[in-house]
Design a protein around this ligand. Structure first.
Ligand SMILES: *Cc1c(COP(=O)(O)O)cnc(C)c1O
Length: 408
């Protein structure tokens, strides 16, 4: 009897979700979605949707461009962006250093673009210098678009998007600038207008604190003009149909109204905290996770500190350990979901998603659970070491904030 009691896996309490999307949905957002169905052609429907468009533009930091919402995951927004602006055979400059940048290249090829792809070791970031060389060498302007995976979620790498804009400007290149901001927009500093981003992609289930199912595409004036000559086929994702209906707050097809109510609540939360504070929180919480990882004596997949992502950490496990075991044990014994190592990183890394609705104690829980799973999987790390390092960082870095609040 005692044995069964001692070995039973605890089923009470909550399951902890530390994958980099879908992220934890805050209660006010969940509750906001629990409303009766409504008529999406009612005259007052725009009262719900028009402010959402305006507020999304604030999050993307664009006053000159606009943001479309599609009922899809982020991948649909990639497709919308490409098919509305480019033509078959168009040359595009891309780089591949993780599963998401890899999938984006794959989509561009399958849609019929001629992809000039720079392959890098996974854990690297967008090669700004190589982009600059390629763009400078392209005197006839054959490259029509340059793609940047701003935050590579598979490796925990944030790239220098502003640097790519500077490279384009330095040689006066006219190519469109595409940014995948699915795991950065609303969590990490992102400035569509300042950085001259022509197409910015995001999804509801990461920094936007919602379930999967809505995607957002920020489109500059230049990218909107490009659709006039863009020859790729499109129908469901056509910007023209969308723009026509969106003018009065409507959609060309049945939109996910529950999601709009959730988005309203999510945007209210983001603005109440203040975007800059949201970014600072992500930075500070991520730093605690990193300190925890280093205290274990482990390393991140991201190759250098200036690439470290504030929304996700991909943690390399010791050679002798299979990261899949760590993830399995975390889930089965400790009711904690960690992100897996994707594709070539399978078994080599596990990921802690630290974006969205979370605080110090959530991150400490993630580290505590990871420590137990790592130890159980055979890693020689000292239980408590990571948690202690993160605790010390959180305590030390909260003091200036607490004092500022007290002084108000
Ligand atoms: C999650 C993610 C995607 C894909 O989004 P889906 O919503 O799963 O289609 C694309 N790019 C990045 C960087 C992501 O993190």
């Amino acid at each position: 009897m005692t044995d069964t009691v001692a070995t039973a896996v605890v089923k009470s309490g909550m399951t902890h979700l530390f994958i980099p999307g879908p992220t934890n949905v805050p209660e006010p957002v969940r509750r906001a979605m629990n409303v009766p169905m409504q008529d999406m052609r009612a005259a007052d429907f725009g009262a719900l949707t028009l402010p959402l468009f305006a507020d999304l533009a604030k999050v993307f930091k664009t006053s000159r461009g606009r943001v479309f919402m599609f009922p899809s995951s982020g991948t649909g927004a990639w497709e919308a962006g490409i098919t509305n602006t480019l033509s078959p055979g168009d040359r595009v400059l891309m780089s591949r250093f993780g599963q998401f940048s890899h999938l984006w290249v794959d989509m561009a090829e399958r849609l019929g673009l001629e992809v000039e792809c720079i392959d890098l070791p996974w854990g690297a970031g967008v090669p700004v210098d190589t982009y600059a060389e390629r763009l400078t060498a392209d005197r006839e302007g054959r490259i029509k678009a340059v793609f940047v995976t701003h935050n590579e979620t598979a490796t925990g790498v944030t790239s220098d998007l502003a640097g790519v804009r500077a490279a384009l400007d330095a040689c006066g290149h006219e190519a469109l600038l595409f940014a995948d901001g699915v795991s950065s927009i609303a969590s990490i500093d992102f400035r569509m207008d300042d950085w001259g981003v022509d197409l910015a992609i995001a999804g509801s289930q990461k920094g936007f604190l919602m379930p999967a199912g809505l995607s957002f595409v920020g489109v500059s004036e230049k990218a909107l003009r490009a659709r006039k000559t863009a020859g790729l086929s499109r129908c469901y994702f056509d910007f023209d149909d969308m723009a026509r209906m969106n003018a009065d707050g409507f959609f060309p097809y049945t939109p996910p109204t529950q999601m709009f109510h959730g988005l309203r609540a999510a945007l209210d939360l983001l603005f109440a905290e203040g975007l800059d504070n949201v970014f600072a929180r992500h930075r500070r919480l991520a730093e605690g996770v990193r300190r925890g990882v280093f205290a274990w004596g482990l390393d991140l997949c991201a190759r250098k500190p200036d690439l470290y992502s504030d929304t996700v950490s991909a943690i390399r496990v010791p050679e002798a350990i299979d990261a899949r075991e760590v993830i399995r044990i975390g889930y089965e014994r400790y009711r904690t979901s960690f992100g897996s190592g994707l594709s070539q990183l399978a078994g080599k890394v596990f990921r802690i998603g630290h974006l969205g609705d979370l605080n110090e104690v959530s991150c400490l829980a993630a580290l505590a659970s990871a420590e137990m799973a790592l130890c159980d999987a055979g890693a020689e790390i000292e239980p408590g070491a990571g948690v202690a390092a993160a605790q010390s960082w959180y305590r030390q870095s909260i003091l200036p904030q607490a004092q500022a609040v007290a002084a108000e």
